[in-house]
Each structure stands twice: as C-alpha cells, then as structure tokens.
Design a protein around this ligand. Structure first.
Ligand SMILES: Nc1nc2c(ncn2[C@@H]2O[C@H](COP(=O)(O)OP(=O)(O)OP(=O)(O)O)[C@@H](O)[C@H]2O)c(=O)[nH]1
Length: 182
C-alpha cells in the first residue's frame, strides 16, 4: 500500500505538555524544562495496521479562552490532538472552548480528535477526573487517553488512535466506528 501523509495539529492551553508529547513521540525523550512554543513541526513515519503513514505534526503555541482560533490550523489538517493537563481544571475548560471554535471555523459537526489528559504521573495533583475526560470525549465522538509525556505512557497510542479515526472518516473503516475510549 502506498504511504499516506497525514497532518495533525496539537492544540491546548499553555504548558499542558503539547511539545513534550511531540518530542516523546518523535524523539523518544522527555526534556524537563519549559520553553513556550511559537510553532514547531515534527515528522515521523508510523505503521498502523500494515499501512505506512508520514505523520506531520504541528505543535502550536498554547491558546487560552480569549484566543481567536488560528485559521491556518483549520486548513489541510486531517486530525487534531486536544491536550489538557489532569492537574489543571482551567486547561480542561480551555480545551472545550478550542473544540467549539474548531468546529465553528471548519463549519463541521465532526472532526477527528483525540482528547488527551496529560501529566498522569502527577496523580497527587489531579483536579480533572478520568470520568470527566471520558464524558467530554464521548460527547465529541472522540478518542480519549490519559498520558504522561514524562513517563512515556500511552504517548504512541494518541497518534495510532488518531490515524484510525482519520481513516474511518475517509470511509475506510478499520475499526468499529464511534467512540474509542481506552
Ligand atoms: N510531570 C510532568 N510534566 C510534564 C509532562 N509533560 C510536560 N511536562 C512539563 O510541563 C511543562 C510544559 O511542557 P510543554 O511540553 O512545554 O508544554 P506546552 O503545552 O507545549 O506549552 P506551550 O508551548 O506554552 O503551549 C514543562 O516543564 C514540561 O517538562 C508530563 O507528562 N508530566
């Protein structure tokens, strides 16, 4: 099968771990320092269910509830990773606002999305429950994962699940449609 190219945008509030998830996925390492992103791109070859993909990731600058949705991320993207930190209720609220804006800008009712609750290694500081995350993802018909970029927990699954959702949207169902919850 010929290799397919898929463009994925990482979005969410500041400091939730978007860059760390990209770096962990692409380079297999965790950098314990904080350098706010303006915009960064990463490329990785991934194989899912015998299909090779060139995954182009765009790591966006953190957004907040007042940000205007950056229109450039609504065009030529196949899917989105919306990230919050399980230690920040604010980041959970912001991800809901980003999702609404995304649908609005794209003029669509459905967009392939994986909702990610990151930083699960900081479980003692958790303020967003797994149940809240799951419910939100179900309401979006999105996949849901809790991850740790630091401990490399479920990071690869984000991109595998998103590639499957994108494939399903393109009329090539490889898995049962509907909500993918792990
Ligand atoms: N404990 C823990 N810290 C994390 C994790 N992921 C990221 N961090 C830390 O959180 C801080 C912010 O991480 P970034 O990856 O820069 O976050 P970002 O969402 O890209 O931030 P912006 O560029 O401002 O949007 C850094 O100090 C990271 O080391 C994680 O899974 N666990």
């Amino acid at each position: 099968m010929p290799t397919k190219e898929r463009h994925i945008a990482m979005m969410g509030y500041r400091s939730v771990g978007k860059s760390s998830l990209c770096i962990q996925f692409v380079e297999g390492q965790f950098v314990d320092s904080y350098d706010p992103t303006i915009e960064n791109t990463f490329t990785k070859i991934e194989r899912v269910k015998s299909q090779d993909y060139i995954v182009k990731l765009i790591d966006t600058a953190g957004q907040d509830e007042y940000s205007i949705f950056p229109v450039q991320y609504s065009m030529d993207y196949h899917g989105y990773v919306l990230v919050y930190s399980i230690t920040s209720q604010k980041s959970f609220e912001v991800v809901k606002i980003i999702y609404e804006k995304l649908l609005d800008v794209m003029g669509k009712k459905y967009v392939p999305v994986v909702l990610v609750g990151n930083k699960i290694d900081l479980h003692q500081e958790r303020t967003v429950s797994t149940e809240e995350g799951k419910k939100l993802a179900e309401s979006w018909r999105a996949a849901f994962l809790e991850t740790s970029a630091k401990q490399n927990e479920s990071v690869g699954d984000i991109f595998h699940q998103l590639l499957i959702l994108i494939e399903n949207e393109n009329g090539n169902p490889q898995e049962k449609s509907g909500c993918l919850v792990s």
